[in-house]
Design a protein around this ligand. Structure first.
Ligand code: 13P
Ligand code: SF4
Length: 319
């Protein structure tokens, strides 16, 4: 604890010295979220992180999250230095959608508008007409559907089929999934809900359809946090990475949060729903990044330019 405080103090000085700001996701360690907040940075969902990084005047961005978040920051701000506490922190959705295979998939369906989730590499984004995050994906697909467009969607199959159900759009789905959310189990969740009939169920849409079907609220991390403030309920069952509880408890200390059960936990999960790649982010990693440019994000300029268009479309749509 004392050591952590000292590291945080050193980072605060380095951030000022290097004209840097921190952009953190809700799933990273609470100490990183606190540091981002205390130093005028941002803690947010993927869309908010992208927007904050692009609009902030700092010349260096420290992105505490996973690789696609750092890449998105670099795509939107090629002139800035973008550093990550661990440049190897990836995402199973990104890993499960290699650019060459994805490109062949797109080539085979030239009549479809290509919509990709932000959890993808720059090369996959460069092939897309639209990039979306979980907070705006449904609205964007609904607008495309209203214009009569057929969609090719990648990579998360659960988010894709959730949006398909909500909008009625014609969507061809890539079959990727998130290793964390894919593990939530409907039967165990129902049993927990039966034991806590007063609780509201919050579900991230990367979860399987049977789990999403039990939700009172389905949404991005920020939307789930907002739901805790909005609903009069005092108990919540949360089906997403448990890193989010740090922010929920901070904002709503009087409310009770229960972890949704994952596979093999018999309904008593305490520590299973944690993304292994988000967990690679640490205070020491932030310090090393600032001191030695460790985890610097480099991106081919032409690739960055191609990937920027579909991201900018999303930001303009969501403005
Ligand atoms: P959000 O955009 O909802 O924060 O989700 C990002 C993510 O990786 C969820 O697993
Ligand atoms: Fe990717 Fe899932 Fe981790 Fe989010 S929680 S970064 S979707 S592996």
């Amino acid at each position: 604890q004392a050591q952590q405080r000292q590291t945080a103090q050193r980072i605060k000085a380095l951030l000022k010295e290097r004209n840097a700001v921190m952009v953190a996701h809700y799933y990273v360690d609470g100490a990183l979220q606190d540091l981002a907040r205390e130093t005028g940075g941002c803690v947010g969902d993927s869309l908010e992180m992208a927007r904050f990084g692009a609009e902030h005047p700092a010349t260096t961005l420290i992105v505490a999250g996973v690789r696609f978040m750092g890449e998105t920051a670099k795509i939107l701000s090629p002139e800035k230095t973008v550093l990550m506490p661990d440049g190897d922190a990836t995402c199973s959705l990104d890993l499960g959608c290699p650019a060459d295979e994805f490109s062949q998939f797109c080539d085979a369906h030239p009549d479809r508008t290509v919509v990709v989730y932000a959890n993808t590499s720059a090369a996959v984004k460069a092939r897309a007409d639209w990039v979306v995050t979980s907070s705006v994906g449904q609205d964007i697909v609904a607008a495309l559907h209203a214009r009569g467009e057929k969609i090719l969607w990648a990579p998360d199959r659960h988010l894709g089929s959730h949006i398909q159900k909500q909008t009625g759009a014609d969507m061809l789905l890539w079959q990727g999934s998130c290793v964390v959310h894919d593990e939530f189990k409907a039967d165990e969740l129902q049993a927990l809900a039966d034991a806590h009939p007063e609780a509201a169920i919050l579900v991230h849409p990367e979860s399987p359809a049977e789990v999403t079907a039990l939700a009172d609220v389905v949404g991005s991390t920020t939307q789930l946090i907002a739901a805790v403030g909005r609903l009069p309920t005092s108990t919540f069952i949360v089906a997403t990475d448990l890193g989010i509880l740090h922010d929920m408890r901070l904002r709503y200390p009087g409310k009770t949060f229960l972890a949704a059960p994952t596979a093999g936990t018999g309904g008593s999960c305490k520590s299973c729903a944690f993304c292994p790649w988000m967990a690679m982010n640490s205070l020491l990693g932030v310090e090393q990044a600032l001191l030695h440019r460790q985890g610097v994000i480099e991106l081919d300029a032409a690739l960055g330019l191609a990937a920027r268009k579909p991201i900018q479309r999303m930001l303009d749509f969501a403005a």
